[in-house]
Design a protein around this ligand. Sequence first.
Ligand code: SF4
Length: 242
Amino acid sequence: MTVALPRPRTAELGTDDLRELALDAGRDLEGALPHDVLRWAWATFGSKFCVTSSMGDAVLATLASDVLPAAIDVVFLDTGYHFVQTLQTRDRVARTLNVNVVTVKPALSVADQNEKYGQSLYARDPDACCAMRKVAPLNSALDPYLAWGAGLRRDESPSRALSPVVGWDTKRAKVKVNPLACWTADDVAAYVAERDVIVNPLVAQGFPSIGCAPCTQRVERGQDVRSGRWAGREKTECGLHL
Ligand code: SF4
């Protein structure tokens, strides 16, 4: 039976109230199961809450599809540089899960970017490329929402080790929800096996973290899972989660 939820009243809250709500929830939900974090976010924000996915796997989308009473928006940034397997994973998620996949594109096509900034900007200035192809499109895509969720986990990298379960996204003035923050790689693997979650086939081919094709390399077993991203550079994040 689907339980009717009270109409979320957060749309009436100002920025300071939302920030306080986020920080309180981060304390209250620390250690909660991802399922319960998602339920809280939906009960609090309703359709003003979305999740994002890079389509490395469908763990967060599957959890949302299973536990929420209605289809949630799953925002996917189509940078124009994805592996074909990533786009196929996106299409499988849209076809098989009870979610609305929202594909977001940058203002410039790859061809237009090449014409304006020269070929292979990702190799010369990856921060500028990420800013145009990921950060700006996400910022625009998140406009209609009060809260957004991502699949960050604390065990993925030092830069993610302090990710709260619920926090405040200062740059965007939105509530940021990380339902998987406390899960380990083993927790994810167990959930994938138990629930038969869709996983990008590149993961089994040595790509445990998948971004744009020009900036993602295969990693050896036992290496840092994110070491194939912008390999050989200082850069470790695209700027979406900073
Ligand atoms: S990951 Fe690489 S190709 Fe993708 S937006 Fe960033 S710099 Fe550009």
